[in-house]
Structure formats: C-alpha cells, structure tokens
Design a protein around this ligand. Structure first.
Ligand SMILES: [Ca+2]
Length: 559
C-alpha cells in the first residue's frame, strides 16, 4: 500500500504561473492519495461506540472546534496588538473567552508538535513521534480517537497530525484527528494559499453529523506554511511595508524581509477568515454556545531562527479559547505558562472522560479547566511558572539523518537551552541547503549576504553552529540574540534552570537523560525518497527536496 505523506511541501514560488500550477496539481494529488488511503484502510467509516450510534447527547458534553494554523507565530494577531496582521475571528474568540500570552509548544515542528497536542505527552515521551515525518507508534492513542470511541462524531479538514505515517496495530491508516472532510475546493487568491475550502468542508461535516451527537472538528489549515506569493501582502492585502513596527533583530530590516513578513500575514488572514465563517455557521445553527473553540498554531514562523529551532520565535504560539458560558468572566488575559501537553487532558476533562477509560498512554500535561473556572486574570495558578521545550530530528539534511537535539526550559521569562551535539549544524548541513529551514525570501537573502560578504551576523544566528548552552532574558530580549550563558551574574540562575529542567525530564523518562538520546537519530524517516538524503547527495545522487531552493545548497565547503 502506498502511503501518501500529508505534508505541504512544494517548490511553489509564485513567480511562474505554469510551474505553480504543476506543483499545485501534485499537491492536490497528494490529498487525493491520502483520502484514498484513509478510506481504503478504515473499516466502515467510524466505528462509533454505543453512545455514538444512539446519537443521544449526554448532558454537559460540549462540542469541540479545534482550529490550528500551520506555522503562525506568537503575537501576530490583533488581540495581541499586532498592527500588520488582521485577525477578527481570533480576536473575537479572545474577547469572548481567554487569551493566553504564554502558550508554548514543546517542539517547534509540525509532526512532533501535533503529536504532543493529540497525546498530552511531550515529544521526548513519544518514541518515533518525537521526530518529523516519522512512523507514529500505534500504542499512542489520540484524544480525537478517544472522543470518537466515547460517542463523539469526529471530523477533520486538511492537515491533522503529520507529516508522517500513522497506522494502527493491524496496519490500517488511522484517523488521528478525525474523519476527513476535504471535498470542497476554492480558487485561492495567491499561489501560496491552499485550495481547500475549509469552511465549506466544515458545513459538510455539520450536515453529516448524526442527530444530536456531540462532535469534534479539527480545522487544520495549511496557512501560513510556505510558500508565499512574493509581494502578495502588499498587492492583495492592502498592506504597506511600514505597517510592521519592528523587524526582529535577527533578520536585516529590508524591503525583502518586510514583504516576506506581509506575505506571511496575508496567509494568517486566510486562516482567520475561514475560522470566522465557521463561527457564523455555528451561530446560525444555534451551536456556538455549547462549542469550545480552541485557536492556535503548531509553532512559530517558517523563517530562519523560527520554526524548527527552540527560541521564543520557535515555540511560543498564539492561543485563545472560548466556550459560551463555560468560561467564567470572559475576556480575560492569562499569563500562566501553558504547554501543548495540557490540551489533551483539558479536552478529556471537559468531555467527561476520565483518563483510565480513555485508552491513552499516561498523560503528562495538566488540564486548563481550573483556569476556565477561575475569575482571575494574569497569573492564575502560581505553579504554572514554566514549560519545557526540546527537539530531536526536526528535519533531515545531516549525515546519517541525525537530528539537532536540544532541551530547554522557559521559566518566568528566562529561556535556558542545552544543545547536546554542538558539532552538528542547527539548521541542517550547508551542502544540502539547510534542510531544517524552509526556503523563502528571507532565507535566500541571508544566504546570499554571507556569500557576498564572506561573513554575516544574520547567517551566524540562523545557520551557524552554537555553543552547548544558551540563556536569554525574554523580557529584555524576546528575539533571543543576547546569549547570557557565560554571564557571571546569571550563573546561579542558569544552574537552577538546568537542574529543574533535568529533574523534570528524568521524571518524564526522556531517553536523552538516561544517556540514550541517540535512539532518536536511529528512528527511520518515513519518506523513503528522502531517507539518508545527505549521504546520498554527497555520493553524487541527484536529489531535490521540495521545501528548499536549489540555490540554498552551498557549493563551497563551510566549516
Ligand atoms: Ca507547521
């Protein structure tokens, strides 16, 4: 059986319309393939449990609309004060519920981040699923599968868990985030925006749901994942380069970077537009009050030093939650540290499912329901003062497909990072185009600047090798460019953070804490076409990776 990998990776640049069309067709083909695999591999659509078949709604079981953008970074919404990204639907959710200012994914790459959301476990507790494009272990059940087994009608549009391969113990494709509803398409306004009509697919889902059964719908957009149509933010979004008050200090402040950011913003707005349509549908059907709406993103921006790394621009994500009268004193702003591992236990609790009856592996996160029930703003639960972050193989592009292992902790606005393999390239090897960083206008600019000048501070920050420890004061330095790891006045704070981090990782049985971190490097990459990419390329095989440009590959050796 051919497994199609659910991944939005193409070489669309939006410059030549014909090549854009070709890639889009292959993308559509990928979805069709995925759909066929799911339909063929899944016995009668949704084996609903008794409660589900009866169609009856148990009192107090809310519906769940889980809206997740792809690569949307923290702060880039009106509710957070952004002037260059317009997000009326997200802002409405925040106004009608809770806006979280310190929500983090523990792992800033699509597949591991989504695995954490779906299981309530950190990526280093998920075996193969710690990595990007893995074979997802059959033993880790998701909260969506659990809801389905407890009578929920569970649907999905477009990107659920992935990319990667998820089969059950019998080798059948799993519906990790729900039964797909992908039948409706639209004509996108740019070559970067996907063809799925998310809101229309949601309407189909609502029409298909049996009787009055509670439901769960995963709205998995593929925006603002790259590629973007260069200049579309200005041309179609009515934006101006001066709308951006400040370019992060780890990129040069140029028109190219500002355009890249505005093109990203336009795609964020596409995600938000469909969320708004879905909310209006729920209003019209009288379901808005009894639906929990959770809006977030899998990780930060797909720009150098963002996605795939472990800085604040990597792991810090937008999060807003509304739930009719289920959240007290709506409109609160919550400054507690919350982790994606907290989402699964929250949803189970609100759906009235106790963990022992869930069939899920032990959950590490803690339910956020206490925050919903509180009337306080700001810091609500004092012990929520930190989150753990970390990564393994967020992409290929190093000898023998090894990753770039990091663990870290964010506590009271200090970020401590431990880099375990400092001889490796953080964004992937230069010779194979830095495969741990998606292609785009900003990446190209940084690479060209180093080639032209011989050295570049921006290149060093994004692609250069790093020391074993990093420490950042996020209040003064949210860009994470001033490393305090060697600062004497910070020595004891650094030691305390490291001790706390390692103690928790040990409690969580992170193999890396037991000296067995290399196990993550040995897990197979689930896409055979790109497996062992670096070694094969260096042996002279002609290889391409759809998510980087040919010009990203360095011709001259770099140390
Ligand atoms: Ca992503």
């Amino acid at each position: 059986m051919k497994i199609k990998i659910n991944c939005r990776r193409g070489s669309r640049e939006g410059r030549g319309s014909s090549s854009g069309r070709v890639v889009r067709q292959s993308w559509d083909g990928m979805w069709l393939g995925l759909l066929i695999v799911l339909l063929a591999g899944t016995a009668p659509l949704l084996a609903q449990s008794k409660a589900g078949r009866s169609g009856g709604r148990q009192p107090g079981r809310p519906n769940i609309l889980f809206a997740i953008a792809d690569d949307w970074g923290y702060g880039h919404a009106g509710a957070y004060g952004a002037s260059w990204v317009s997000t009326p639907a997200f802002d409405r959710v925040a106004r009608s519920g809770l806006l979280f200012t310190r929500a983090y994914t523990p792992n800033a790459k699509c597949a591991p981040s989504r695995a954490i959301i779906l299981t309530g476990r950190n990526s280093w507790q998920l075996e193969e699923a710690a990595n990007h494009i893995p074979y997802f272990p059959a033993r880790f059940k998701t909260w969506v599968e659990t809801l389905r087994d407890h009578g929920y009608f569970a649907g999905l549009t477009t990107k659920g868990w992935g990319p990667g391969v998820a089969l059950d113990a019998q080798g059948r494709a799993r519906e990790m985030a729900g039964r797909p509803f992908n039948g409706r398409q639209l004509t996108p306004s740019t070559t970067g925006i996907g063809r799925q009509d998310y809101a229309a697919n949601f309407a189909d889902f609502l029409d298909a749901k049996p009787g009055d059964a509670p439901w769960s719908f995963w709205y998995g957009a593929i925006e603002p994942h790259r590629d973007y149509e260069y200049g579309s933010g200005v041309r179609l979004g009515g934006k101006r380069l001066t709308d951006i008050p400040r370019v992060p200090s780890f990129w040069p402040d140029t028109a190219v970077v500002r355009n890249d950011m505005l093109d990203y913003a336009l795609e964020v707005e596409h995600f938000d537009l469909h969320l708004g349509r879905m909310m209006r549908m729920l209003e019209e059907r009288g379901e808005l009050e009894r639906t929990i709406i959770i809006v977030t993103s899998d990780h930060g921006m797909p720009f150098p030093r963002g996605k795939g790394q472990a800085y604040d621009y990597s792991n810090h994500v937008p999060l807003a939650v509304m739930w009719g009268s289920g959240i007290r004193r709506p409109g609160r702003r919550i400054d507690d540290y919350v982790s994606f591992a907290d989402l699964a236990p929250t949803i189970l609790e609100l759906a009235g499912i106790r963990w022992p009856e869930s069939g899920m592996a032990p959950i590490t996160g803690e339910s956020l329901a206490g925050i919903f029930r509180s009337t306080r703003s700001g810091r609500v639960i004092p012990r929520r003062d930190h989150v753990l972050v970390g990564k393994e193989r967020t992409d290929i592009g190093r000898p023998d497909d090894v990753g770039y292992p990091i663990r870290g902790i964010v506590r009271n606005d200090m970020l401590y990072l431990r880099n375990y393999e400092v001889d490796r390239w953080p964004s992937g090897n230069p010779a194979t185009g830095y495969l741990d960083c998606d292609a785009g206008a900003t990446k190209t600019l940084l690479l060209e600047a180093r080639r032209a000048q011989g050295t570049s501070r921006y290149w060093d920050l994004a692609f250069g090798k790093r020391g074993a420890e990093e420490l950042y004061d996020l209040r003064r330095d949210p860009d994470c460019v001033n490393n305090l790891a060697a600062s004497r006045p910070h020595a004891s704070l650094k030691a305390r953070l490291r001790t706390l981090m390692e103690r928790e990782l040990q409690q969580q049985r992170d193999p890396r804490m037991a000296g067995n971190g290399a196990i993550f490097d040995r897990y197979l990459y689930a896409d055979p076409a790109n497996r062992d990419f670096y070694n094969r390329y260096m042996r002279g095989e002609k290889l391409k990776a759809g998510w980087v440009r040919e010009s990203d590959f360095e011709k001259d050796p770099l140390k």
